[in-house]
Design a protein around this ligand. Sequence first.
Ligand SMILES: NC(=O)c1ccc[n+]([C@@H]2O[C@H](COP(=O)([O-])OP(=O)(O)OC[C@H]3O[C@@H](n4cnc5c(N)ncnc54)[C@H](O)[C@@H]3O)[C@@H](O)[C@H]2O)c1
Length: 254
Amino acid sequence: MLELKEQVAIVTGGARGIGRGISLTLAQQEASVVIADLLEEEADSTVTEIKRSGGFAIFIKTDITSLESVESMVATAKDHFGPIDILVNNAGWDRIIPFAETTPEFWNKIIDINFKGMLNCIYSVMDDMILKNRGKIINISSDAARVGSMGEAIYAGAKGAVISFSKSLARELARNQINVNVICPGPSSTPMVDEMKAESEFAEKILSSMDRIIPLKRMGLPEDIANAVVFLASKEADFITGQVLSVSGGLTMV
Ligand SMILES: NC(=O)c1ccc[n+]([C@@H]2O[C@H](COP(=O)([O-])OP(=O)(O)OC[C@H]3O[C@@H](n4cnc5c(N)ncnc54)[C@H](O)[C@@H]3O)[C@@H](O)[C@H]2O)c1
């Protein structure tokens, strides 16, 4: 068992989808989980489920695109559970739109949530991790960043920045025994994917072909990604840093 007893974990976007799976799985391994999200109802339901199973969790309403909001969330989290051991930068947002049809407002929204949101969160927890000479940072990117993805050029660019940044930060923080790694989910069944399919025929066509195209013949599930997060958060992964792990049923093998 990859035990995370007495570890405090922040999961951004932990209210629903992959983040919910990560929160539930970290709590099963006995971590205390802080869900930092905008969605109150969904976050409350995830917290309730964790508590019902005997785990520890709180929801702190947070907009990761605001440094002020993130700093306030980290302060509240520390008051409640103590210093942060694990940061999972999972919150993200995307829509499938050909680049030519996108707008600068759309670019900014994608970059603010998927890239700058991660910067705000790491910036707000890293000093404490440096002081303790220990910490695990796990950033959720996407296979779109590794191999490209039609209709996701801006998103793939922002998620590619997550990978490049993570490798550089892993080098900077290695002397402080802080591990920085990246997980790249492939297409996974989540509310975000349901929304994309509902909003666009183009997205529906691409995403509906995935069960056939993915070598392991199904889309990812939140728990598939969550299990990889738990491993990277555990002491068993102390010697792994600056790495990128695809969890995609074999869709990408590069
Ligand atoms: N689902 C997929 O197919 C897939 C594939 C590759 C990568 N990913 C990545 O996995 C992560 C989770 O995606 P998902 O599919 O579960 O999405 P989702 O929309 O179902 O969940 C994302 C969560 O992030 C939260 N969030 C969004 N903006 C926020 C903000 N500004 N501040 C705080 N919280 C915010 C949302 O409220 C939501 O709870 C994202 O980073 C996404 O890019 C998903």
